[in-house]
Design a protein around this ligand. Structure first.
Ligand code: DGT
Ligand code: MG
Length: 377
């Protein structure tokens, strides 16, 4: 089986972090179908949804890595992670040009409403289901029933700025926010770095938000930085909504818990961060509305220099790349990896492994380095 696959120079690996997954690949007609099936599984199938969604995502990741367009089913029938169900979908698309299963999902009202509601900032699939079961079908319904539905603060902003927050963010927007952040950081604490991470860091030209990772060459200089930065941006009138967390605690201004490099098992890290909705000036070409600004989701994350490489790797993503990397590290190397650091659990007590850049992390994990543009799984 492996020799067929090697013939096409596809690396059939157990973990996505062991192969390259470029942004532009050859099998969009299949991966787009898988994305719908993945969403459908996680939205609708409450019992087995998670595992089914993961199966479609892993099949999709395999096709994204495949170095040419798939034209025959036997080419990929032996690829790890392309299971029976996925093969059936690919066969349908190859034979008929479409998958009936996917068509059925697309024509299902409930799917569209859940998709619409989960597009509201602060609304996950279970809230979306609740709203659907109460008979709501549009964002206007949610807005009109904000009181009865007891919307939390995120959801209120989510509905109010629904159109803005669902319009793709482009690179000029990201650069504008980065410039603003750098200007303010220079006034608070000179020599800080502020790097655009997330999808833009992997070469995407647009995304759903702007992720900015902030650090300083001196370890202690980032302490207290987030609150000062957010206060300045608030004073400038750039912040529509902010949710701050320092360490594990969601805080109001000025309450601090020092961020230590912790071996948290949760997928969330304990870095100081601010999930914000910011006002971004519109570019000269956006003259289609009376507002001179547009609301954008921005994540500001602060990391001390000793944790920088790990935070960078974690926040560049993609989510699936990180998942596979962390799983690989633990299962194959007994190394616990997160956005704060890595710890070798083959030793007792576990020993911290330091790294100053991403290359060193891959090296410690005995993995070939995967460039950021190839982490788009
Ligand atoms: P986008 O924004 O739709 O273009 O796509 P991404 O890849 O920028 O996704 P996003 O913004 O949700 O997250 C950026 C990366 O940061 C993602 O690959 C995973 C990571 N990330 C997001 N939230 C958390 C978190 O709470 N903890 C940790 N450790 N990582 C996170
Ligand atoms: Mg992002």
């Amino acid at each position: 089986a492996r020799s067929d696959i090697d013939h096409f120079s596809y690396q059939d690996t157990k973990y996505e972090c062991q192969r390259r997954t470029p942004l532009n690949h050859h099998n969009k007609k299949f991966t787009e179908a898988f994305e719908i099936l993945e969403k459908h599984a996680s939205y609708i199938d409450r019992e087995h949804g998670e595992s089914r969604a993961l199966a479609f995502r892993k099949a999709s990741c395999a096709l994204k890595s495949y170095p040419r367009e798939i034209t025959r089913i036997d080419e990929i029938s032996k690829i790890t992670h392309v299971g029976e169900h996925s093969l059936r979908v690919i066969t349908d698309i190859l034979e008929n040009g479409y998958s009936e299963e996917v068509q059925d999902i697309i024509s299902c009202e409930m799917f569209h409403v859940i998709e619409l509601f989960t597009g509201i900032y602060g609304c996950g699939p279970s809230t979306a289901h609740k709203w659907y079961s109460l008979g709501h079908r549009t964002t206007q319904d949610i807005k009109d029933n904000a009181e009865i539905l007891n919307l939390n603060v995120q959801q209120k902003y989510g509905v109010e700025f629904y159109d803005d927050l669902n319009a793709p963010v482009d690179m000029p927007d990201a650069l504008r926010i980065q410039r603003l952040v750098v200007e303010q950081l220079d006034l608070i604490q000179p020599s800080c770095s502020a790097e655009i991470v997330g999808g833009f860091g992997r070469g995407k030209q647009c995304g759903h938000d702007i992720d900015i990772l902030i650090s300083h060459p001196e370890e202690d200089k980032v302490e207290g930085l987030l609150v000062k930065l957010v206060n300045r941006l608030t004073t400038l009138g750039c912040m529509l909504h902010t949710a701050l967390s320092v360490g594990k605690n969601v805080v109001r201004k000025e309450t601090f818990v020092k961020t230590k490099a912790t071996q948290t098992r949760s997928t969330m890290d304990n870095l100081d961060r601010c999930f914000a909705i910011m006002k971004v000036e519109k570019s000269a070409t956006d003259n289609d509305s009376c507002n001179s600004w547009i609301a954008r989701r921005v994540d500001l994350i602060i990391t001390p220099s000793s944790q920088y490489a790990f935070s960078l790797l974690g926040w560049i993503g993609s989510k699936q790349f990180n998942r596979s990397l962390r799983l690989y590290a633990w299962k194959e190397m007994k190394i616990h990896l997160n956005s704060h650091g890595m710890w070798d659990h083959k030793l007792t007590p576990p020993k911290r492994i330091l790294a100053t850049d991403e290359e060193e992390i891959f090296k410690a994990l005995h993995l070939d380095f995967v460039e950021r543009k190839d982490r788009n799984c």
